[in-house]
Design a protein around this ligand. Structure first.
Ligand SMILES: [Mn+2]
Length: 343
């Protein structure tokens, strides 16, 4: 039951923006619940006021007036996601730090099937995204865990060679294959830079939890990956730098066309306490939207985005979804503000 977003959805054919809900969390290693993200965000979205003063400055005071269509959840995606999650749990249970990625026969079979299901989701979402882009829509993906948007990023990059990816996250997500899962939530940006050559630049913001290999991947990328480490940003702010200047530095690090991948855990965890892998630090809500504002104000164009890892609390606590619905609203505004009107 996901007919509407902000209580004002329209039919996809009448929409400027099509939102694809993907309730998938196959490989979430710590907390779980992001599969319920799309439904929780849709439910919380009715509380969001439809007039937005911040977006008014960009000529999009009421994003819904351009037409927003939230698609129904695809039952096959839901079923395959559930299967992947069940099988992945067995792999995660068998995971042994001392021999990472080594599993006994039966577990290897489970792992192979999970990887197959992840590859299926990638193909499905790439085709689905391409179909709506072809129809002249802007496309947004609502996850789900951070493995989800890979196919959508591929579809956007195919239409926008040289695309930049602006990545909000507590984690670098540059692991090669976390716990053996090729399509792990912790590997998404590795896969983006490794297998989508049309992506010319990855710019990460909020990152504060990463391993040595991920750090090396950034420093040895020849500038293709740029990280505004949370630590560096915090130190600059503590010594008097202005966030506005930092936000415009982020914008300047990006090429003309930008896809935004927003893992909610890039924010301060008080704004997303139930997300899978919360980490202290991170951006305030106003800082996150200031970065988006700086990107659009610089004349760069946001061509599409995803919002992932939003997880409602287990006992009906809707705070995470409330923040998610409000962040989604801001992102929709900046997407619309930087996109040309419908042809
Ligand atoms: Mn992530």
């Amino acid at each position: 039951m996901l007919e509407s977003i902000y209580g004002v959805g329209v039919a996809p054919k009448d929409a400027r923006v099509v939102l694809i809900p993907v309730p998938w969390e196959a490989t979430t290693s710590y907390g779980r619940g992001t599969a319920r993200g799309p439904e929780a965000i849709a439910a919380a979205s009715v509380q969001v006021d439809l007039f937005d003063l911040e977006l008014a400055a960009f000529g999009v005071a009421e994003p819904y007036r351009r037409g927003l269509a939230l698609l129904p959840i695809e039952r096959e995606v839901e079923a395959r996601g559930r299967e992947a999650a069940e099988r992945a749990l067995k792999v995660i249970d068998a995971y042994d730090e001392s021999r990472p990625g080594e599993y006994d026969g039966p577990i290897r079979a489970e792992l192979a099937r999970v990887n197959e299901l992840s590859a299926w989701l990638d193909r499905w979402l790439e085709a689905e995204t391409a179909k709506w882009l072809e129809a002249g829509k802007l496309v947004v993906v609502v996850g789900g865990d951070h493995s989800v948007p890979y196919g959508s990023i591929r579809a956007h990059a195919a239409r926008h060679p040289g695309l930049g990816v602006l990545h909000f996250d507590a984690h670098a997500d540059l692991r090669v294959a976390y716990q053996g899962f090729v399509g792990s939530h912790a590997s998404i940006m590795h896969r983006v830079v490794d297998s989508i050559p049309e992506v010319s630049k990855l710019v990460s913001v909020g990152v504060r939890d990463f391993c040595k290999e991920e750090f090396d991947a950034v420093t040895s990328s020849g500038g293709r990956i740029e990280a505004f480490w949370d630590l560096t940003v915090a130190r600059l702010l503590q010594s008097g730098a202005s966030f506005a200047e930092l936000a415009s530095r982020v914008a300047r690090a990006l090429p003309r066309e930008v896809y935004v991948s927003f893992d909610i855990d890039g924010l301060d965890p008080t704004l997303c306490p139930h997300t899978g892998t919360p980490v202290p630090g991170g951006l305030s809500f106003a800082q996150a939207t200031a970065v988006l504002a700086a990107v659009v104000a610089s004349g760069r164009r946001i061509v599409g985005f995803d919002l992932v890892e939003v997880a409602p609390g287990p006992d009906g606590d809707e705070w995470d979804a409330n923040v998610g619905a409000r962040l989604l609203h801001k992102m929709l505004g900046y997407l619309l503000a930087s996109s040309p009107p419908r042809a």
